[in-house]
Every structure is written in structure tokens, then in C-alpha cells.
Design a protein around this ligand. Structure first.
Ligand SMILES: [Cu+2]
Length: 309
């Protein structure tokens, strides 16, 4: 569903795009008009006041002409103020996100974009948004300065390490558009592409069943628990092969070597990645490692464990 390219400009596919283009063309056509006035004047006067025969004397110096000078000061001043007013209006539209925007988290890193929608859904290299709703991106960088640019939407914003920046847009028609990084950010800068996919509201509402599986958050953690851990760990306090997860977060556990640990993030990550590193007293070292779980998966399991009081 790619939108076709226009002749003058990429397709104007967001609600602000047309006003950006209109402003651009106001300035462009003013430049064209002044180009012809100035260069036309130069050519005309060069011809009109050319030296007509070899012994013609130089024209006498002319001091100044108040009417002429007032005209070429006042008219450009009015035009420049007009451009400022038009530009300021468009700038305010671009910079102030509507209050009911869907908020996304965006992380740029050498050399990829990571997008996370308000429900924690994330698809590698793709930003999925609904048509007809404002979308606000809160952006940060893990390393160097990048720049987020959707030409079809006419939005562009630097993405910085150590500081949040944001853009917003609203696309009214479903379709796919390119995202580029427009700040030179190292070797593979020119490959730092992504896509924004605009869905119908129905498609977007069903994304959890279709293209966008939630990969962070306690609901995702609960799903992982049921599929991968429930065989050996209960959540009701009963003992299976392993200890129950009931009240696990923050509890003090005794290990088979006599040491004590407080259950925190690092202990849980270690228990899952290297289960034999610390073995709970009174249990066999029977827990398998889970190499397929991502760091996000483990973070989600931790979020879920915190709810098991
Ligand atoms: Cu970049």
C-alpha cells in the first residue's frame, strides 16, 4: 500500500504535511518572482545603459531616491513578516502534540530504530500506528546523535543521548512510509532505515492477535510463566519440583551452600540464565537454563513476580 510519489514532493501523508508544503511553496514562488525582478532588472539596465559609441562619457553619479528606497525596504519587510507569521503557525502545529496523542517510546542506536507502542508492543524495524489518531513519539538515543525523519509526514527531529526529544504526527490513510536517519551516525548510517505502517483502526485494535505480540510487561510475563515455568513453580505457595513463586520478590532465601540472598532482579536473571550458580536449599539442581528467553522476556517475568504477593 505504498503511496505514490508526487512530482514536486513526496506524498503529503500526514495532517501537517500540506501546511508545510504550502509554506514551502509560498517561499519558493516568492524566490522565483524576486529572481526574475532582480536578474531581469540587471539584464534590462545593462542593455539600456550600455555604451552606445566609443566616445560616450560615463553617466554622472546619482545620489539617492527616497521613494525608491522606501519601496524596496517596506515591501520586503512586509513579506518577511508575513513569512514569519505563516512559519510560526506551522511551527506551533509541528511542535505541540495534541493532548489525546498515543504515546510511543522510540530508541535509536547504531544502526537501528526500536519502537514501543503504549501497550508495550514492538515489531523490529517497524512503527505501527492507527490512522486518524495523533501519535507522539518520545525519543532517546543509546549512543550518538541520530535524526528521525519521515519525509512523507514532513516531520524531522534529532534524537540525542542523555535527553528526550519528541515529534508527533497524524496520518489519516493506511499505508507504508519510509523512516530514515538524517544525522550521520557512523559506518552504517545509510542503512538506518525503518518503516512506519499506518493501519485502519480495526487492524490496529487487533494487533495483539496479528502482527504485534506484546513482549514486555507483567501480562507477557504471566504468559511466559504459564508456558515455561508453571510445571515446576506454583504461585499459590505449594511446592513442586522448585520453590513456589508466591511472595518471591524481595524474600530472603537460603542457598545449599549456606549463603543467604535477597531475591532481586540480578538474582532472578542469574537463576534463569545460570540455574546452577545458586541452588535453593532443600531443592535439587533441576532447573534448566532458558536460552530462548530475551532480556525483555526476563524483565517481564520479573514484573509478573512482583505481583505475586
Ligand atoms: Cu542514525
Amino acid at each position: 500500500m505504498d503511496t505514490p510519489n508526487g512530482y514536486w514532493m513526496p506524498p503529503a501523508a500526514s495532517t501537517v504535511a500540506q501546511s508545510v508544503d504550502d509554506l514551502y511553496f509560498v517561499i519558493f514562488w516568492l524566490c522565483v518572482v524576486f529572481f526574475f525582478i532582480v536578474t531581469g532588472g540587471v539584464v534590462y539596465f545593462a542593455y539600456k545603459y550600455r555604451r552606445k559609441h566609443p566616445d560616450q562619457l560615463a553617466t554622472q553619479q546619482i545620489g539617492h531616491n527616497t521613494l525608491l528606497e522606501a519601496t524596496w525596504t517596506i515591501i520586503p519587510a512586509i513579506l518577511v513578516i508575513w513569512i514569519f507569521v505563516l512559519g510560526f503557525r506551522v511551527y506551533m502545529d509541528l511542535i505541540v502534540a495534541p493532548g489525546d496523542s498515543l504515546e510511543y517510546q522510540v530508541t535509536a542506536k547504531q544502526w537501528a530504530w526500536d519502537f514501543r507502542d503504549p501497550d508495550g508492543c514492538s515489531v523490529p524495524g517497524e512503527l505501527h500506528v492507527p490512522a486518524g489518531r495523533p501519535v507522539k513519539l518520545t525519543m532517546r538515543s543509546d549512543d550518538v546523535i541520530h535524526s528521525f525523519y519521515i519525509a512523507d509526514f514532513r516531520v524531522k527531529q534529532d534524537v540525542l543521548p542523555g535527553r528526550y526529544s519528541s515529534v508527533w504526527f497524524q496520518a489519516d490513510k493506511p499505508g507504508t512510509h519510509n523512516i530514515q536517519c538524517t544525522e550521520y551516525c557512523g559506518t552504517s548510517h545509510s542503512n538506518m532505515f525503518a518503516k512506519v505502517v499506518v493501519h485502519t483502526p480495526e487492524e490496529f485494535a487487533n494487533r495483539a492477535q496479528t502482527f504485534c505480540k506484546v513482549t514486555v510487561g507483567k501480562e507477557h510475563g504471566e504468559k511466559l510463566y504459564k508456558n515455561q515455568c508453571a510445571a515446576c513453580h506454583t504461585i499459590d505457595g505449594n511446592r513442586l519440583v522448585g520453590p513456589s513463586f508466591k511472595g518471591i520478590w524481595g524474600r530472603e532465601g537460603k542457598m545449599s551452600d549456606g549463603s543467604k540472598v535477597i531475591v532481586d532482579e540480578n538474582y532472578i536473571v542469574e537463576s534463569i540464565r545460570i540455574p546452577t550458580a545458586k541452588v535453593v536449599e532443600g531443592y535439587p539442581p533441576a532447573m534448566p537454563a532458558f536460552p530462548t528467553l530475551t532480556n525483555d522476556d526476563i524483565a517481564s517475568i520479573i514484573e509478573y513476580m512482583k505481583t505475586l504477593k
